[in-house]
Design a protein around this ligand. Sequence first.
Ligand code: KIV
Length: 272
Amino acid sequence: MSDIKKEYKRVTVKSLIEMKSLGEKISMLTAYDYTMAKIVDGAGVDVILVGDSASNVMAGHETTLPITLDQMIYHASSVVRAIERALVVVDLPFGTYQSDSKEALRSAIRIMKESGGHAVKLEGGKEIKGSIKKILNAGIPVMGHLGLTPQSIYKFGTYTVRAKEEEEALQLIEDAKLLERLGCFAIVLEKIPASLAQKVAESISIPVLGIGAGGGVDGQVLVLHDMLGMTQEFHPRFLRRYMSLHEEMTTAISEYVSDVKTSEFPNENEQY
Ligand code: KIV
């Protein structure tokens, strides 16, 4: 059953805040290329995240750290060309916003100008306050990202659940409130206890989108290739696989190989 409270021809940052106030959950998925983005947009996803998870999913790196600003712009511009309805949010990659706020603004401006994306996402709280302020002052919408922030993986050491201890949980609540005060339009909370995520969602008026953060938040985000079952090696508890595309694709491709080898393909209708 559909639970859509209001139709949006085009999703904007304002629509997302309205969705929260109407109690309508927000759907977000990643996409990194034109063809996938066209399917995701056509299926009615509200927000497409051109995540720096492209570093893992598209390029096969172990972490999100190696992806560059130029590569993010390439992925984002491919996605933007496919979109008719969704809001496109683009990750600022590691090393393009942490050192100073002027560099952060330059990076965000390059994303907006060269990809046509609609907003940027940055990982972190008070430590990147200056960068967030500077980007927002230039009229660029910012989505925050707290909890497990994969660009800091070498500081954390593991990808396990964050903010289980009181001190980290209190800091996360403070950071979420700070991001709201600064003017961020939404926040991603990654891999934290569901009760904490719900508390954050209830204590701020901007939408909170969760990944591994339970159902008490304002919307959900997953990595497209994971939820389609294209990736196999990644199976955290929070991941629901809606398809087993790895198997289906492998079967289809093996059939093709066999048809070529046996001269079953092409037949006389498949030639000129
Ligand atoms: O890069 C990404 O895909 C993300 C999501 C996991 C939220 O940041």
